[in-house]
Design a protein. Structure first.
Length: 330
């Protein structure tokens, strides 16, 4: 069922409306999340890994559930993989361009490696032709329990961070511009908007991309993935403008983890997901993106710092990946 009227040019109009409203509401999300963190003494990193990451991953969740119900499995899996690649290479570059990002030790040694483990689990479960000798690659509904279990472990870890106060964060001099009630309402409204806008985004993006005669997987990896990554882009940029590096980085890392463990975990409970051989290559690219990020954080320049130049290198890899996708369709 389509809740939005169709008329000539409506697909482009709906995409524009989505992005314009997104810019304003992303600012509200950062303000609300930061205020909640300050008032309750919670590290902004924890907020970025949980509330903000879940809020910006909501489009992927709604898109994937709708796609799975309609049997569009390549679109569902391509959306998550493409979104994670865009988060790691594109979003971090844009945020670093605004203001260099300084990651905390826990992000370098715990959260980012956890996202790598999640991606490895996806690779091992998806590549049945190689690891299990099957005739096709398919992710079964029962395997979704593994991802949901990993998600529970990750969420328990962030809850432990919140309770233990192990992350050093000086919030004594920060001002909280919003009351707790308003902050909570703004964050909840953000989640509602993303849920309602998911159908608008996917329907419009699919119609536009399909007009260029490309596969569902490519639609998911490019147009839909970029559209569902728009919240991460806007949120991380605004957080970077406010010099909230913890929220900017935590948003990206947390969103990547949410996308694989929660979004795909829930998607697989709806239907089994066949995995095309082309998407295996994209999963490998996602793994490489996370490994490259770890190398940059540990061994390039100052430890934990993503400068504008380093972000530009990440962007270069994203353009190469987009070029690869385009050439594979020719």
């Amino acid at each position: 069922m389509n809740f939005f009227p169709i008329f000539p040019g409506s697909d482009y109009l709906y995409l524009l409306i989505w992005l314009v409203i997104l810019v304003k509401w992303a600012d509200i999300l950062v303000k609300g999340a930061s205020s909640i963190a300050i008032r309750f003494g919670i590290s902004p990193l924890v907020i970025g890994l949980t509330i903000v990451a879940f809020g910006t991953s909501a489009p992927e969740l709604f898109v994937n559930v709708f796609s799975a119900l309609k049997g569009q499995t390549d679109l569902a899996l391509g959306n998550v993989i493409g979104s994670n690649i865009a988060n790691t290479w594109l979003v971090l570059w844009i945020a670093a361009l605004v203001y260099p990002l300084q990651a905390k030790a826990s992000t370098i040694y715990k959260e980012v490696p956890f996202s790598l483990i999640a991606s490895l689990a996806l690779f091992f479960l998806a590549f049945d032709v190689f690891f299990s000798g099957w005739s096709e690659n398919i992710i079964l509904r029962g395997e979704s329990m593994i991802f949901l279990l990993f998600f529970i472990i990750f969420f328990s870890y962030t809850f432990w961070l919140m309770k233990s106060g192990n992350i050093e964060e000086d919030t004594s001099e920060q001002e909280c511009g919003l009351s707790t009630g308003k902050s909570t309402v703004f964050v909840l409204l953000w989640l509602v908007w993303l849920g309602l806008g998911a159908e608008l985004l996917v329907g419009s993006a699919k119609s536009i991309a399909a007009s260029f005669w490309v596969s569902e997987a490519v639609i998911g990896l490019t147009v839909v993935a970029f559209g569902t990554s728009a919240p991460e882009i806007v949120t991380s940029v605004i957080a970077s403008l406010k010099k909230q590096s913890d929220i900017a980085i935590g948003n990206v890392v947390g969103s990547n983890i949410f996308n694989i463990l929660l979004v795909l975990g829930i998607t697989w409970t709806v239907a089994d997901l066949p995995v095309s051989s082309d998407l295996i290559t994209d999963i490998v690219v996602e793994l490489f993106a996370i490994v490259l990020l770890i190398i940059f954080l540990l061994f390039v320049g100052k430890k934990g710092l993503i400068t504008r130049i380093e972000g530009g290198i990440l962007l270069g890899f994203y353009f190469i990946y987009m070029w690869y996708i385009v050439m594979s369709q020719l």
